[in-house]
Design a protein around this ligand. Structure first.
Ligand code: ADP
Ligand code: MG
Length: 282
């Protein structure tokens, strides 16, 4: 059925536990990510957003475990995947970008060859093809002068440029899912908006499904179809973005929206999307 094959990732009542003290760090989180959809996860720091993403990527920190529920990824039960199968999926079918892009690059190697290496190892391109494709990808993520950037060391690039390099690496193998975990949090407001625009453009151009994680509702309001609001490891609200923004059911969501009113409005760029207008009317 077309409907069923559309599902790329499904979490069903997933709990994540630290077995040392049996604390449930994430409790009963469920969502379904379909091809081309954009899911937002918001909540304050420590609410379980990153652990949820890491569980979906098969990279939970040592010792933490998925202790209840199930994760289905590309039709497979995640619990049955071997380490080798996870490694094959990551990068090729599911990619991720995190906060602090600088820490994911080797400081002593130029950025271009680092992306080219991904293409050589994972896509089997030869040296020349990998270089050409990496430069092309730098253009696709709207880095000005891709040939020049290719030769730069990480410290020579701004945070926004580094994040574009990381996005280029994440989409190099044409994944179906891209997880952006606070990918724009460390960037200044204008650059943040540019990176979000880029994610939307990639979604539209290459049909990526996105999971966009932020502690800031403003980010989610701009691009998500559906939103999960997390607090203390629990989902307190889950619905379409419009529905959650128009009629938040939970006091915590209302608090996030009022914070948005206090701090968020001036952060929109001119020419707000219809969704931000919805938020402005709440
Ligand atoms: N490696 C770990 N070991 C034990 N507890 C952890 C670990 N990583 C995160 N936690 C705890 O899990 C909770 C959720 O963390 P996280 O998913 O990183 O939150 P968020 O991304 O929403 O800020 C926090 O209470 C955090 O302290
Ligand atoms: Mg986090």
């Amino acid at each position: 059925m077309a409907e069923a094959t559309d599902v790329l990732l499904r979490l069903d009542r997933v709990a994540i536990t630290d077995p040392l003290d049996s604390t449930e760090l994430v409790q009963s989180i469920s969502f379904t990510l379909r091809r081309g959809a954009v899911l937002g996860i918001v909540g304050e720091s420590g609410s379980g957003k990153t652990l949820t993403c890491r569980a979906a990527l098969g990279i939970l920190p040592d010792r933490l475990q998925v202790s209840a529920g199930s994760i289905e990824i590309f039709g497979a039960d995640a619990a049955t995947l071997t380490a080798k199968e996870w490694t094959a999926l990551r990068g090729s079918r599911i990619g991720a970008v995190f906060q602090d892009p600088g820490s994911y690059l080797n400081p002593s190697i130029r950025v271009g060859p680092q992306v080219a290496e991904v293409l050589r190892v994972k896509a089997g391109l030869n040296r020349r093809q990998a270089r050409r494709r990496a430069v092309e990808l730098f253009g696709e993520v709207r880095l000005a002068d891709p040939d020049f950037v290719y030769q730069q060391y990480p410290h020579e690039l701004s945070g926004g440029m580094l994040q574009r390099v990381l996005i280029a690496a994440a989409i190099a193998l044409e994944p179906e899912i891209l997880i952006a975990d606070e990918a724009t949090t460390a960037l200044d407001v204008t650059v943040q908006a540019e990176i979000l625009d880029l994610l939307v453009e990639l979604k539209e151009r290459i049909g990526l499904a996105l999971v966009v994680v932020a502690h800031d509702l403003t980010v989610v309001a701009q691009l998500c179809d559906e939103v999960l609001v997390m607090r203390d490891g629990e989902v307190v609200e889950h619905g379409s973005c419009d529905q959650v923004l128009r009629s938040p059911q939970h006091a915590y969501t209302r608090l996030l929206i009022s914070e948005h009113h206090q701090y968020g409005l001036d952060r929109f760029r001119a020419g707000a999307t219809p969704r931000t207008e919805v938020l402005d009317r709440v």
